[in-house]
Design a protein around this ligand. Structure first.
Ligand code: SF4
Length: 93
């Protein structure tokens, strides 16, 4: 029987980094890729908008180690869905 383990949080703390830049987060980066593949194309955020969303997150005080402190999501996953919204009271995207 194969044991499946959940991706572990990054070991390195970097307030402004996204997962792709944090050493030790390769499992989660792979999970982002799998999540992207599972989302129907019609629900997937276009690349340019996705990049724009992440650039907003990078400047946000609620970002910590690729995690949004408002909702606990990895922003690279939260931003994937076209209909997703920033969880801040005053939405940033
Ligand atoms: S509050 Fe919004 S802009 Fe800030 S990190 Fe979370 S999702 Fe990104």
């Amino acid at each position: 029987m194969t044991e499946i383990s959940a991706p572990q949080p990054p070991k390195t703390r970097c307030r402004r980094c996204l997962l792709a830049e944090i050493a030790g987060s390769e499992d989660i980066v792979a999970a982002v890729g799998r999540a992207r593949e599972l989302i129907p194309k019609s629900d997937l955020c276009p690349d340019e908008l996705y990049k724009k969303r992440l650039s907003v997150c990078r400047e946000c005080d609620h970002l910590d180690s690729a995690t949004c402190l408002r909702c606990g999501c990895y922003v690279e996953i939260r931003a994937l869905r076209l209909g997703a919204k920033c969880p801040a009271g005053k939405k940033k995207w």
